[in-house]
Design a protein around this ligand. Structure first.
Ligand code: PMP
Length: 286
């Protein structure tokens, strides 16, 4: 049985409780982070904390915990749940006022709800999907306009994932005004010749922590990166494609809307970036 963290207490997953009036539950009024764990250590922890602070700031929720307090809780949960490979999920909501109301509660009387739990995922780094690659479909991006805030409002991405599953694929890339924004829970890239192409940061997409690291490593390995929007047709004609996220790291994409990319197997750029990412991230893990 898992030990989870709720508002200052470590509790059994079956005992832990959150109010029915919690704004996260009623209004998706909350933000989250997912930090992966390799060899019992946290990957890119400081990047996740920095983004958490940006997300909370954008929603005017006061951050209830310092970086060091958050690190302590992450480490305690990893230890208590004996996580070698897996992830730590963190969610902070605006809290639970006395009643449901569209008006934000007074932060003096309603404090944020903080929940963290672990998910054990043995084999996360050695994921067999990285050897075969994944298949994706294109879907319309009908999400709201502040995708740079990592809110728990994940209904459409979840529906998108189901559309992909029903179509016999693994995931979906969302398209807006003719250009790919991002995957349901990942950033999207194509490779044209020796150039890596990915959409620039804006409020249209989430600023991926893995994206930042991968672009840095690509630069260090003297790979060319173009941060510009690309279309789904460009992607279908690309030499390679891949996604990045905290839980998939770098994952090759081998098929888009039933069209195989290259020879239909993971390409050299994605494969190399995955290796570099895993190696460097393990070294820097805390
Ligand atoms: N875009 C979206 C919409 C996501 O949900 C995620 C993962 N949470 C990402 C990109 C990738 O971000 P990260 O690399 O920080 O996991």
């Amino acid at each position: 049985m898992r030990t989870v963290y709720v508002n200052g207490d470590y509790q059994s997953e079956t005992e832990a409780k959150v109010s029915v009036f919690d704004r996260g539950f009623l209004m998706a009024d909350g933000v989250y982070e997912v930090t992966s764990v390799l060899g019992g250590k946290l990957i890119d922890f400081d990047g996740h904390v920095a983004r958490l602070e940006r997300s909370l700031g954008a929603l005017d929720i006061a951050n209830p915990l310092s970086r060091d307090a958050l690190l302590g809780i992450h480490r305690e949960l990893v230890a208590r749940n004996a996580i070698d490979e897996g992830l730590v999920y963190l969610q902070i909501t605006r809290g639970a006022p006395a009643d449901r109301d569209f008006v934000f509660p007074d932060p003096e009387t309603t404090s944020p709800t903080v929940v963290l739990f672990t998910q054990s995922k043995p084999g996360l780094a050695d994921n067999p999907a990285a050897k075969t690659g994944i298949r994706i479909i294109g879907i319309d991006d009908i999400r709201w306009g502040r995708r740079d805030i990592k809110t728990v409002q994940l209904l459409y991405p979840s529906m998108g994932k189901m559309m992909a599953k029903r179509a016999g694929a693994d995931d979906a890339w969302m398209v807006e005004d003719g250009f790919v924004t991002e995957g349901t829970s990942n950033n999207a890239y194509i490779v044209q010749g020796d150039r890596i192409v990915t959409r620039p940061l804006s409020s249209d997409i989430l600023s991926g922590i893995t994206r930042a690291a991968v672009l840095r490593f690509a630069g260090e390995a003297r790979m060319e990166v173009d941060e510009r929007p690309f279309t789904l047709d460009e992607a279908k004609a690309a030499d390679e494609a891949f996604i990045t996220s905290a839980s998939t790291f770098v994952m090759p994409v081998v098929e888009i809307d039933g069209i195989a990319l290259g020879d239909g197997s993971p390409g050299p750029v994605a494969t190399r970036l995955r290796e570099i990412y895993l190696e460097e991230s393990r070294k820097a893990a805390i």
